[in-house]
Design a protein. Sequence first.
Length: 87
Amino acid sequence: ANLPQDAEFLIHVGDIRSARNGRSCKIEEYYEVAGILNQSHAPVFLVLGDNEWNDCPNINQGFDYWMKVFGRFEEQWDHSFSIIRHD
């Protein structure tokens, strides 16, 4: 993966999967991206994109997959950032 080495943190602003109407959402897609982002030395924060849930045939399943894999993804790193969540 081509991840920056000089960042204090990374933000991914969504759409980890491409939008294809009717294409099933597979949790393996989410884990594949997580594996890439886990290579970062800096904490990674993710924003939910519409392709991760809204473009899945079952939007609830897509949202559940994203939350399971990325809901608190940044907790894998030690950091001193103050995090405020709007659940």
